[in-house]
Design a binder for this molecule. Structure first.
Ligand code: NAD
Ligand code: UFG
Length: 358
């Protein structure tokens, strides 16, 4: 059996991606503590992860802007690295509440970084997003494409990336990985944890799933006239379990000086910038592709209608994931059929998400 590795602080670990990552961490024998203010999640997700991993989870309820609470954690535990998921993520809400978004996401990250520095914890994996590429001129998207943002949520990610680049330059002991997620979907194969949006889902997959289970009547497909194969928007949907494994690979990077590329060549890590990688599959699927795949998986008909485009949406967004393969030896493995099957298992077993647990 492997020796237990040092403690990882997982901010936002009760949320959708965080809860799946806890399982990957446990399987890789990382010890961790979850820090979350539960503003967009429920403690029930952690109870369910405990059942999956077969052990109890250390959890502290708290806000990343609360330096005192964070300091108590750093004095209690020997925290050696941080995976930083905590943040608000609804694009539309961010347009209505920019101050709250910048305070929570940007200010929260600054508080976290100051406490980390004070306790000499200098390893952080940050949840960034493909949204930092704005409307890319071409696809697939590579990490060196120009960056921009079209809404306060996206700008908060961009600002945090810039802050982390400056921190990296200022202190050569800092090890930083920026993970730019494409469109996370799916659930753990147990069907006991998954995405549990508040109210009407903004994102495609939970909306399709709720329509299939009978909670919504009809999917509105935003735009049928894009320059794509069937006129609907194209995205790079990635199974959340694959995404979770990317975080373990990022932590493994902290313990190695070089990455191991598939051809066994030792690749030095970048010296001038944080390691920045896309986490996507490299495949672009349209809204109608996803709808059909979900119908196959659920054996349900999903009613839909084409409606005008949603403001701010782009036609196509999918990753070139080759740099993640080269630097982290990570690649997505799961198909859209698995994404839809797992998403359906979660939805069918938990029509009310984490409410009314059975
Ligand atoms: P989520 O809302 O399910 O999880 C975020 C967690 O952070 C929640 O548990 C929430 O309670 C917690 N949180 C928020 N603000 C906090 C604060 N101030 N202090 C402590 N905890 C706080 O979201 P998710 O989908 O799991 O996303 C995780 C991260 O990945 C976010 O930073 C998000 O912006 C980023 N991301 C998500 C997507 C996506 O489509 N899901 C895509 C790209 C990037
Ligand atoms: N869509 C619909 N109907 C819906 C919801 C979505 O047709 O009810 C379409 C959108 O127009 C788009 C595609 O489905 O073409 C995907 O939309 P999502 O809202 O699921 O995802 P986005 O690509 O718009 O954005 C998501 C996150 C962002 C993140 C981005 C990149 O919401 O926060 O992925 O990671 F930045």
């Amino acid at each position: 059996m492997n020796a237990v590795k040092p403690m990882v602080l997982v901010t936002g670990g009760a949320g959708y991606i965080g809860s799946h990552t806890l399982i990957a961490l446990a399987e890789a024998n990382y010890d961790f503590i979850v820090y979350d203010n539960l503003c967009n999640s429920s403690k029930e997700s952690l109870n369910r992860v405990e059942k999956i991993i077969g052990k109890s989870i250390k959890f502290q309820e708290g806000d990343i802007r609360d330096a005192d609470c964070l300091e108590r954690l750093f004095t209690t535990y020997n925290i050696d690295s941080v995976i930083h998921f905590a943040g608000l993520k609804a694009v539309g809400e961010s347009v209505e509440k920019p101050i709250e978004y910048f305070d929570n996401n940007v200010n929260g990250t600054l508080v976290l970084l100051s406490v980390m520095k004070k306790y000499n914890c200098k390893q952080i994996v940050f949840s960034s997003s493909a949204t930092v590429y704005g409307d890319p001129a071409t696809t697939p998207i590579k990490e060196d494409f120009p960056l921009s943002a079209t809404n306060p949520y996206g700008r908060s990610k961009l600002f945090i990336e810039e802050i982390l680049r400056d921190v990296f330059v200022s202190d050569n002991e800092f090890k930083i990985v920026l993970l730019r997620y494409f469109n996370p979907v799916g659930s753990h194969s147990s069907g006991t944890i998954g995405e549990d949006p508040n109210g009407i889902p903004n994102n495609l997959m939970p909306f399709i799933a709720q329509t299939a289970v009978g909670k919504r009547e009809c999917l509105s497909v935003f735009g049928g006239d894009y320059d794509t194969k069937d006129g609907t928007g194209v995205r790079d949907y990635i199974h959340v379990v694959d995404l979770a494994l990317g975080h373990v690979k990022a932590l493994d990077y902290f313990t190695s000086e070089t990455s191991i590329s598939p051809d066994e060549t030792r690749v030095p890590f970048p010296k001038t910038n944080p390691l920045t990688v896309n986490l996507g599959t490299g495949n672009g699927y349209s809204v109608l592709d996803m709808l059909k795949a979900f119908e196959r998986a659920s054996e349900k008909k999903v009613a839909y209608k084409i409606v005008p485009r949603r403001a701010g949406d782009i036609a196509k967004c999918f990753a070139d994931p080759s740099y993640a393969k080269k630097m982290l030896d990570w690649e997505a493995k799961k198909s859209i059929d698995e994404m839809c099957e797992d998403s359906w298992r979660w939805q069918e077993n938990n029509p009310d998400g984490y409410q009314n647990p059975t």
